[in-house]
Design a protein around this ligand. Structure first.
Ligand code: MTE
Length: 320
């Protein structure tokens, strides 16, 4: 595939893991802080969920089983530094992402299920047991954040979908609308964005469907109204703004795997010992701080997920 405008993580090693990007971000945040002091942070950080029709559902009760070993990343850092290629191949898409139309919003469930269905997002939110979880998030670009996500276990949605015995994988798909999302005019990317998990991964307790953050509905730039969080995997697996969930017998080929299979695989489990072809994965820059910390196997969730992979070869394929 011809890549005319490579994403940031396809840049050379010295610019990919990006102290300078991070430091620029800090300078930017300092500016935001200065504005915030005078005019209120809300003006500098758009769409904090105020107009979302699900706003009355939040905040939801925190599930204390999911805790962190580090402070929560400041909200304004997480809502102004995003990867959402539908709105551009840089980190400052939060204003453009406000064009995302989040109602009406339907999620189609199809493939190997007893009965295909289309769920309205507000009906789904009423059906599902919403809770808050504190999760780490580790981008393949070697930066990380911590987020109080609100949402529900993916397992609950799978139970509702009732897949048949032929379903071995779950494929997720983002909306496709190039008038709303100008990034989708870039024809060298295989739109729509798709991602996939094995059924066993999807049924794992950590696999979480995210509908909110920081005690509010999910900001558009973070993938409103429905995204995935699989915190033991690199962040590109956490697909945003999902409109379709399909149960398949064949392993899906996901967006980045299609773009560059030698760099972005299906499993994408975090492992500091296996470098990306163009940069090391041994450490990560913690957003909102000046810290660079050691990356942990499965992003610190080995106890919960290592068993999923015990019968697979423990080689590089599992970790990129
Ligand atoms: N989902 C869609 N639809 N489009 C994207 O570009 N980027 C992925 C993931 N989900 C992406 C996506 C990547 S690379 C990361 S690191 C996370 O979203 C970033 O999530 P955040 O912006 O909330 O930090």
């Amino acid at each position: 595939m011809l890549i005319k405008n490579p994403p940031r993580w396809m840049l050379r090693e010295n610019s990919a893991t990006d102290e300078h990007v991070y430091l620029n971000r800090r300078a930017f945040m300092k500016g935001v802080g200065a504005i915030g002091a005078g005019a209120g942070l809300l003006q500098a950080t758009p769409s904090l969920g105020a107009e979302d029709p699900s706003a009355s559902l939040y905040p939801v009760k925190r599930n204390e089983s999911f805790t962190l070993d580090r402070p929560i990343t400041p909200e304004e850092a997480n809502t102004t530094y995003n990867n959402f290629y539908e709105f551009g191949s840089h980190k400052r898409i939060y204003k453009l992402a406000q064009h995302l139309k989040i109602r009406p919003w339907a999620v189609k469930i199809d493939g190997h299920v007893a009965q295909e269905m289309t769920l309205d997002i507000d009906d789904l939110l009423k059906k599902m047991p919403l809770e808050e979880r504190l999760y780490r998030h580790r981008c393949v670009e070697a930066w990380s954040m911590t987020v109080p996500w609100s949402g529900f276990p993916l397992r609950k949605l799978i139970e509702l979908a009732a897949p048949t015995h032929r379903a071995k994988y779950v494929q997720f798909e983002t909306f496709k609308d190039k008038r709303m999302a100008p990034g989708q005019k870039q024809r060298w990317y295989p739109w729509p964005y798709t991602e996939g998990l094995t059924i066993d991964e999807a049924m794992n307790d950590l696999a979480f469907m995210v509908t909110g953050a920081y005690g509010r509905p999910l900001p558009k730039q973070m993938g409103s109204p429905l995204r995935l969080a699989t915190p033991w995997k690199y962040g590109f697996k956490s697909i945003k703004s999902i409109v379709r969930i399909s149960f398949t017998s064949r392993k899906p080929v996901s967006f980045w795997e299609d773009v560059q299979p030698s760099e972005y695989g299906f499993w994408a489990n975090v492992n500091p010992a296996f470098s990306h072809p163009r940069w090391s994965q041994s450490t990560e820059q913690v957003l909102g701080t000046s810290k660079r910390v050691k990356t942990l196997l499965y992003n610190g969730y080995a106890e919960e997920v290592a068993g999923l992979y015990k019968d697979l070869p423990q080689n590089r394929d599992l970790f990129f």
